[in-house]
Design a binder for this molecule. Sequence first.
Ligand SMILES: C[S@@+](CC[C@H](N)C(=O)[O-])C[C@H]1O[C@@H](n2cnc3c(N)ncnc32)[C@H](O)[C@@H]1O
Length: 292
Amino acid sequence: MGEFKPDWLALREAADVLARSSRLTRAIADRFPEDAELLVLDIATGTGANVRYLAEHLPPRQSWVLVDRDPVLLAELPMRMRSWGVPRGLEIAGEGDSLLVTGARLMCRLARSRRDLATDMEGGDGDIFAGRNLVTASALLDLVSERWLRAFARRCRLSCAAVLLALTYDGRIRCSPEEPEDETIRALVNAHQQTDKGFGAALGATACGWAEQCFTGLGYHVQRGPSDWVLGPDARQLQEQLIDGWAEAAIAVGAGQPSSIRSWRTRRLAHVTAGRSRLIVGHEDLAAWLST
Ligand SMILES: C[S@@+](CC[C@H](N)C(=O)[O-])C[C@H]1O[C@@H](n2cnc3c(N)ncnc32)[C@H](O)[C@@H]1O
């Protein structure tokens, strides 16, 4: 537990907002009437970035269940909701694991729930999927296994829920200026992406394709759209952390030369420091819904 640090999630949130597919967000939002309360489940919520992105795109009355296994991230969520909401003129009131977000056009109830979704998808003390109109996650799908994904899709289908899975890494990394080892490092990173992240062997870059197959097989209409990070020189800190993380992952796979990976890292970081580094990191969003 604890491999996703609050600071990392905060750093990536701005890039995520710019990257997400507004077309697919709209396609999902349009499924629901404006005047009914929407019941949403956000799995692997972290500090709640997915809520912050979606709340103002969905019908105004919402009730969310926010599930994560990491108590540190869940504890951070109210503070993140406040620093997002207050400048927008929203009121954030909280008690225990509940928060209420209200504004001129928003009434959003949030309930946090700590749970390990790898071992306890539905929950001993109440089925988190029951009655949900929308099941969503951001930056999760590439971590899960094929088996887990199939069980998850079946659970969404049983609830007849629409599904929005945002920001799944798709295996593409483009670095500029180029370095000779870029392609080797990308392949090693992608191999690392398929190691076990707690759910069994992870789907990594193949996750979105698997999800499309699963949900289509269960009768869902599925649409996919790109949500790439396009990072310029001003995204310096995010670029530095990505390069560090890629170097670490590439070494951990054990199939590359650590010295050449370290040398690649030094040269890439020098491009960032000099303000000439650009990175594109491929992601995809997937929306799935049942015909009514
Ligand atoms: C990349 S973060 C994404 C967080 C958030 N959705 C966002 O977009 O910022 C992945 C999240 O998955 C959660 N997670 C990983 N394994 C989990 C598990 N077995 N059960 C519940 N949550 C898990 C982590 O704690 C983390 O919050």
